[in-house]
Design a protein around this ligand. Structure first.
Ligand SMILES: NC(=O)c1ccc[n+]([C@@H]2O[C@H](COP(=O)([O-])OP(=O)(O)OC[C@H]3O[C@@H](n4cnc5c(N)ncnc54)[C@H](O)[C@@H]3O)[C@@H](O)[C@H]2O)c1
Length: 341
C-alpha cells in the first residue's frame, strides 16, 4: 500500500483528505499536535466504523469513541519526524501543520512564523532525503491587497506583504524551492464547506452562519475580491496530483467574487437578511486568482457555484445551530463573538 504522511491531518483540510485517501485504498498517517484539543480523530474513527456522513458525525455524541491511530508530535520536532520518515517509506507527504489564517497569525506572530518556517524546513529536508513527493499548501492569501483588472497568475510579482500569514507562506515557499525536493506548491483559494474540524471563521462558512442565524451580515470593504472554492474539490485536486505528479507552483480556486456579490447570494437564500457595511474589520485582502495553469496541467477544474459550496454548511446550521465550539475555531471564542456581532 502507498504510504502517505499528512502533517496537520487533524485539521480542516487534512481530515477530509485522510478519509478520501483511506477510501481509495492508500495508507495515510496523520502527524499532529492537536493544538485545538480537537476531536477530529474520534470523528474519523466514528465515520470509518459507522459509515456516517460528515454532517452526521459533527452532530454526533462522541462519548467513549477512541481516536484513530496517529502520531502525536510538534512539526518542529526533527528527531521524531526523522524517525517517522526512516520507519516509513512515504511516497507522498502533504504538509499542512501550521498556525493558519489571517487573524490567528496576527495574534501569534512569532509562534506562527516559528512553526511554519522551522516545520517546513524539516519536512522539505526529509522529503528530499527520503525521495518523498511533497505537496505543500501555500495560499492565495499571499497576493494580499492586489486590486487588478486581470486575474493574478503564479508569475505575479508580490511586492508588499503586510500580514503575518502571508509572510509565513512566502517564506515557506522559498524554503521549499531552496531545498528542492520533488514538490507541488498549491496556492488554494479560501475554502468553504463542511469538515470534521469545521472552521466557521472561513469567509464562506462565516457569512453562511451570519445569514442563517442572525439574518444580519456585517461586511467591510465590500468591493474587495476574494477567491473561494469548495473544500471537497480541493481534496479531489490532491487525488489528481498524486496520480499524475507534476512539479510546480499552482493557484487553485473556482470563483472570484466581491464580498458584496457573496452576501447578495446569501441574501437570496434566506428571508430578510440585512446587510450592514462596517469599517476596519482588519483583513483588507483584495485578490482574484487565475487557476488556468492548474486546470491545464492536471485537466481538472473546480467549478462549484457559491450556493453549492455553502448549502451543506447551511444545512448543518439548520440541524444544529449551537455547533460552534472552540475546537473548531482558529481564533478565540471572544474573537469569534466579535466577528459575529
Ligand atoms: N482552509 C483554507 O481555506 C485554506 C486555504 C488555503 C490554504 N490553506 C492552508 O492549508 C493548510 C491546512 O489548513 P486547514 O484549514 O486545514 O487548517 P487547520 O488549522 O484546521 O489545520 C492545521 C492543523 O495543524 C495542526 N498544527 C498546528 N500547529 C502544529 C504544530 N506545531 N505541530 C503539529 N501540528 C500542528 C493543528 O492541530 C491542525 O490540526 C494550511 O497550511 C493553510 O494555510 C487553507
Amino acid at each position: 500500500m502507498i504510504k502517505i504522511l499528512i502533517t496537520g491531518g487533524a485539521g480542516y483540510i487534512g481530515s477530509l483528505l485522510y478519509l478520501r485517501l483511506k477510501n481509495l485504498g492508500y495508507d495515510p498517517i496523520i502527524y499532529d499536535n492537536l493544538m485545538y484539543k480537537q476531536k477530529t480523530l474520534e470523528r474519523i474513527n466514528l465515520i470509518l466504523k459507522e459509515r456516517i456522513s460528515v454532517k452526521e458525525v459533527l452532530a454526533a455524541d462522541l462519548k467513549y469513541i477512541n481516536k484513530i491511530d496517529y502520531v502525536h508530535g510538534d512539526i518542529r520536532d526533527e528527531e521524531k519526524l526523522s524517525n517517522l520518515f526512516r520507519e516509513n517509506n512515504f511516497e507522498f507527504v502533504f504538509h499542512f501543520a501550521e498556525i493558519v489564517g489571517y487573524f490567528a497569525c496576527e495574534d501569534k506572530k512569532e509562534e506562527s512564523y516559528d512553526v511554519a518556517v522551522n516545520g517546513t524546513r524539516i519536512i522539505a529536508k526529509l522529503c528530499k532525503e527520503y525521495n518523498s513527493k511533497l505537496i505543500y499548501n501555500s495560499s492565495s492569501s499571499i497576493y494580499g491587497f492586489s486590486p487588478s483588472e486581470k486575474d493574478l497568475d503564479e508569475e505575479h510579482e508580490i511586492k508588499e506583504i503586510k500580514d503575518q500569514y502571508s509572510k509565513n507562506k512566502l517564506e515557506c515557499e522559498k524554503i521549499i524551492k531552496e531545498v528542492d525536493p520533488d514538490y507541488v506548491i498549491l496556492r488554494p483559494a479560501t475554502l468553504g464547506g463542511l469538515s470534521l474540524r469545521l472552521r466557521p471563521e472561513l469567509l464562506p462558512n462565516h457569512f453562511s452562519y451570519m445569514g442563517w442565524l442572525k439574518r444580519n451580515i456585517s461586511v467591510s470593504d465590500s468591493g474587495h475580491y476574494r477567491s473561494v472554492m469548495d473544500a471537497k474539490d480541493l481534496i479531489e485536486a490532491y487525488i489528481i496530483i498524486i496520480s499524475n505528479f507534476k512539479k510546480g507552483i499552482y493557484n487553485l480556486g473556482s470563483l472570484n467574487l466581491t464580498k458584496k456579490e457573496i452576501v447578495n447570494i446569501i441574501k437570496k437564500m434566506f428571508d430578510n437578511v440585512n446587510i450592514k457595511m462596517v469599517e476596519n474589520r482588519g483583513d483588507v485582502r483584495n485578490l482574484k486568482i487565475d487557476s488556468s495553469k492548474f486546470e491545464k496541467t492536471f485537466n481538472f477544474k473546480s467549478d462549484k457555484s457559491f450556493e453549492e459550496i455553502i448549502l451543506p454548511v447551511i444545512d448543518l446550521f439548520e440541524t444544529k445551530g449551537d455547533i460552534i465550539k472552540p475546537e473548531f475555531l482558529n481564533i478565540s471564542m471572544e474573537e469569534w463573538k466579535k466577528l459575529i456581532e
